[in-house]
Design a binder for this molecule. Structure first.
Ligand code: SF4
Length: 486
């Protein structure tokens, strides 16, 4: 090793870095013999009061001008702050400030997360793949399809098994996908025996090359309930085709209460409760998340003792994307006709009530491990303090949800975290910012590194790479009293 190389000990890789070069993660460099963190350290400025959302996030991004910071309006994030690794040393920044007359401290560190992943919510009815199907990126298994939710397909990506338990390629592909998703970039994913999608935080999903427009208004049964009154008198029967619960107006309780007469309709699938059918078709990417292109394929012949020629039938999907109108001929066979204007308006109303389809990316990380030792000499006390809500956890200043129970397992919506806040190291693991804010007296009580506490005004132009940006207008101020964070 060249004599002038220096060793970076900010993660387990322990790179030797020559002058003018960067380490394997491109996050640290050797600048004239000094180890520097390349990315700017981010400080949030409280630009607007809550409720005033006129200043878009990042609009006020500017280079640091060296002004001393105002404690009520400035929050030191962990983005670009550096890590505690190998974890016995105090966090890179332990900052005291006064908030509403209370002495507070914020402990700031970038965490190296081998135990982390992404929960990806994809607003669509289209069938992504069977539950537990493997999800791949760059051909490598990086996660699986998990339980779908109301109007959304859910995917669980990453986790320690994919990051560390498979081949090096699997770990690297997993880390790349997580990093890109968390930093708001588009990622191509394929599902075994399922769809190919492009997912990107806060953007519509793209399914097999088709951009999804809207999520469903509800299941088939809910759609009947919502729109029954608008259909009453304008059509004799409505079937809302849905992969999960297909609704039939004349049999549904909503139709019964309105006095819709029986029509003699016969459905395929399994009738559960009146007007609600399961499994009318196989899952797919067509009508209502089923595999059917011909809606009549979910019907059996009408009951000749009840049905009559001329009976009017509307079939529609849960997004209004698919619709067809039929009238029965003399043989009680449905014949497709143009959609009458009043029914077209009702279909348009379904579409109007559908929200735009988006991908939502939640980063989920376990902070209950060694990084706690950078906060306190007695790590479990930090866990207890977070559990009792004495310590407030944020990720780049963004609010997080901390799971109840053991450890410090948190989730954050990456779209509320400043841009490019996430990094990676080739162990492989993700690097994510995390801040712990608490009363100074509570910090002392949990065995904090009181000798390392520095007042907020000490953060000034000591480092050219520090940067201040406006806080996300929709995020609660991270140092606000708890009652104001709701
Ligand atoms: S991978 Fe990055 S953080 Fe880890 S030792 Fe190398 S330069 Fe440092």
């Amino acid at each position: 090793m060249a004599d002038d190389a220096i060793r970076c000990d900010a993660c387990p890789v322990l790179c030797y870095i020559k002058p003018g070069r960067t380490g394997s993660c491109d996050r640290y460099a050797n600048a004239d013999g000094k180890l520097i963190r390349i990315d700017p350290h981010v400080v949030l400025e409280r630009a607007v009061e809550r409720g005033d959302t006129l200043v878009p996030f990042l609009e006020k991004t500017s280079d640091w001008d060296g002004t001393l910071l105002n404690g009520e309006r400035t929050f030191v994030t962990a983005i670009g702050a550096g890590t505690t690794y190998p974890d016995y040393k105090p966090a890179p920044f332990i900052i005291s400030s006064q908030v509403a007359g209370v002495d507070m401290v914020t402990v700031v560190t970038e965490g190296i997360f081998s135990y982390c992943g992404v929960k990806l919510k994809i607003d669509t009815d289209r069938h992504l793949g069977a539950e537990c199907s493997t999800v791949r990126s760059q051909g490598q298994a990086i996660g699986h399809v998990t339980t779908s939710e109301y109007g959304s397909q859910m995917v669980s990506l990453g986790g320690v098994r994919h990051l560390t338990g498979g081949t090096r390629h699997e770990g690297t592909a997993t880390c790349d996908a997580l990093l890109n998703l968390c930093n708001g970039k588009a990622v191509e994913l394929t599902v075994d025996s399922g769809a190919a999608i492009v997912a990107q935080a806060n953007q519509p999903p793209i399914f097999d090359g088709v951009r999804e427009e809207r999520m469903r208004v509800g299941c088939g049964s809910a759609t009947i309930g919502m729109f029954a009154k608008q259909w009453f008198g304008k059509v004799d029967e409505v079937v809302v085709v849905d992969d999960h619960i297909t609704g039939v107006l004349s049999e549904h309780q909503a139709g019964k209460l309105l006095g819709v007469p029986e029509t003699g309709i016969k459905m395929q699938g399994r009738r559960t409760t009146p007007g609600r059918y399961f499994q009318v078709a196989e899952p797919g990417t067509s009508w209502g998340g089923t595999n059917i292109d011909d809606p009549l394929s979910v019907l059996d012949p009408f009951d000749p003792d009840v049905a009559r020629p001329g009976l009017r039938l509307l079939m529609v999907s849960t997004t209004g994307e698919h619709r067809a109108y039929f009238e029965l001929d003399e043989t009680l066979t449905p014949v497709e006709k143009d959609l009458p204007e009043p029914l077209a308006r009702s279909v348009e109303r379904i579409r109007e009530n559908c929200e735009p389809a988006l991908c939502t990316v939640l980063f989920m990380g376990g902070a209950g491990g060694s990084l706690r030792a950078g906060v306190t000499e007695n790590p479990v006390k930090l866990t207890h303090s977070v559990g009792k809500a004495l310590t407030h956890v944020t990720c780049g200043g963004a609010p997080v949800y901390v799971w109840p129970g053991g450890g410090i397992t948190f989730m954050v919506d990456v779209s509320r975290v400043p841009a490019n806040a996430f990094g990676a190291v080739p162990t492989p693991a993700l690097v994510a910012p995390i801040e712990f804010s608490l009363r100074l007296s509570d910090y002392a009580a949990l065995g904090g590194y009181m000798d390392s506490v520095k007042p907020l005004p000490s953060i000034k132009r000591e480092d050219e790479t520090r940067r201040r940006i406006s806080a996300h207008a929709n995020n609660p101020w991270p140092l606000a009293p708890e009652r104001d964070r709701k």
